[in-house]
Design a protein around this ligand. Structure first.
Ligand SMILES: Cc1cc2nc3c(=O)[nH]c(=O)nc-3n(C[C@H](O)[C@H](O)[C@H](O)COP(=O)(O)OP(=O)(O)OC[C@H]3O[C@@H](n4cnc5c(N)ncnc54)[C@H](O)[C@@H]3O)c2cc1C
Length: 428
């Protein structure tokens, strides 16, 4: 059976951060990195904007400003990103504070989807040069904790340390993996929201601040703003019951692509369930299924003008009069979001949007489109045995799938932190 010092599952930023961090300090380690897809997926491949300021991407239950700081500095040194300039921040901050909204001042970079793919290629070839065995198209199925043996769809691998970083798409896999290893986990919080798409002239702040992070009351916030050549997309998810649902998302290409004059961003509301709801994932999947039912198998889109009048959008109304730009997610069904979104989420988000329209007047133009659902499942939170995300003997669970991060830099930092835990053991 093939043997290695460290087996890493997932080639997203968490897995990559772990691999580079281990090799930086112990270049002789034998590392195998498995990825079930033919190429690395996740945020590095989609839009690839990176946030280098705490707390963006760092869940507060696992990170403090102090614990995240050295990792953020190391990531910035390693990736050497181009940090975007911000202008007129004081004006937006003043307007926000007057109405009880916080605008975070975040160090950001943006590579775009094309730039992200280039970065992935650079990083993976660097790892190969450093002696890592990269195996794309290979999936971890299970592990034997006592025997330190991993079972994939192709072979068995003897490891000394196992890092599992399967991302959001590996949510269901991780749940089963933890159940198989008797790792306790909590899965009680979710983010549900909408994605707005509008003309750049209705949200001109993006000229001054690429991805402005506004925090509103009721745990509601803006998230993942894209402009330039910006597109709304849908991601396919399969529920634990085998049903398909789509969640919308957004991305933009780098400056090399022709701008399309549009901006998109999400407004999300977080909810943590107490009894009797045990699983945020199950709840979110019901919402996803309801949205698919209402939208005839696709996400729903509604113009603000229709939403205000409490009427559904229709294919015809989408092209009339004031409604003067084409939606980029053409497969979305014009309809009525209020039929599918619980008022707990919808009311908070609408209140937040009215505040945002006060800070940046014009956002709620009748032509602005709301897409639903945008669902973030971050909630598979394992019980950890130490500060380095070890959940079972020499098994570390990290990244967005395990809830230790909510973005590229947080995921990368989670990988580095797990690597630090392993290096401490090796050094003893
Ligand atoms: C469309 C989109 C746009 C985004 N844009 C941004 C952005 O601009 N900025 C930002 O900070 N964040 C963004 N994100 C979020 C970002 O992708 C995540 O925060 C980040 O990628 C999480 O890193 P990760 O390593 O935990 O997981 P991932 O990046 O998801 O990587 C996990 C990898 O593990 C693989 N895998 C899963 N299960 C197995 C298995 N059993 N065996 C082998 N391999 C497996 C998956 O195929 C995947 O490649 C975006 C996400 C999406 C979906």
């Amino acid at each position: 059976m093939i043997q290695c010092d460290c087996l890493i599952i997932g080639s997203g930023p968490a897995g990559l951060g772990a691999a580079f961090s281990l090799l930086e300090q112990k270049p002789q380690l034998k590392i195998i990195l498995l990825e079930s897809l033919p190429i690395s997926c996740g945020g590095l491949r989609n839009d690839c904007k990176m946030n280098f300021t705490f707390p963006v991407g760092f869940p507060l239950e696992y990170w403090t400003k102090q614990s995240a700081k050295p990792y953020l500095e190391r990531i910035e040194n390693f990736l050497n990103p181009h940090i975007l300039q911000k202008d007129n921040l004081e004006k937006y901050t003043r307007r926000s504070e007057k109405i009880g909204v916080q605008l975070l001042n975040i160090r950001q970079s943006h590579l775009g989807t094309d730039g992200g793919i280039r970065l992935i290629k650079e990083l993976t070839s660097k790892l190969t040069e450093m002696g890592v065995e990269l195996s794309f198209g290979e999936t971890l199925l299970s592990a034997n904790e006592k025997e330190h043996r991993a079972i994939t769809d192709k072979r068995e691998i003897q490891y000394k340390h196992l890092i599992v970083a399967p991302g959001r798409h590996g949510f269901d896999f991780l749940r089963k993996f933890m159940e198989q290893l008797n790792i306790q986990y909590k899965d009680n919080s979710i983010d549900v929201g909408i994605r707005l798409e509008t003309k750049k002239e209705h949200y001109p702040i993006v000229e001054d601040y690429y991805d402005p992070k506004f925090l509103f009351p009721e745990r509601t916030r803006t998230f993942c703003t894209n402009s330039g050549s910006a597109h709304v997309v849908q991601e396919k998810y399969t529920s634990s019951k085998g049903e398909t649902y789509y969640s919308v998302n957004g991305h933009a290409f780098s400056n090399a692509k022709e701008p399309n004059g549009l901006v998109n961003f999400a407004v999300l509301r977080s909810v943590s369930f107490t009894e009797p709801i045990a699983s945020g994932q199950d709840y979110a999947e019901y919402l996803g299924a309801l949205a698919m039912h209402t939208g005839g198998g696709n996400p729903i889109m509604q113009r603000i003008g229709d939403f205000r009048m409490r009427i559904r959008s229709t294919r015809e109304s989408l092209n009339q009069d004031l409604y003067d730009f084409e939606p980029t997610l053409k497969s979305a069904t014009p309809g009525d979001i209020a039929l599918a979104m619980p008022s707990k989420f919808l009311d908070s988000i609408w209140r937040a949007l009215k505040k945002l329209d006060t800070i940046i007047p014009g956002l709620l133009h009748p032509s602005t489109i709301m897409y639903y659902p945008e669902i973030k499942l971050y909630a598979n939170k394992p019980v950890f045995k130490d500060d380095y995300f070890m959940s079972a003997e020499d098994i570390y669970l990290i990244g967005d799938g395990a809830g230790t991060s909510r973005g590229i830099t947080g995921a990368w930092a989670s990988g580095m932190r797990a690597a630090d835990g392993i290096l401490r053991k090796i050094d003893v």
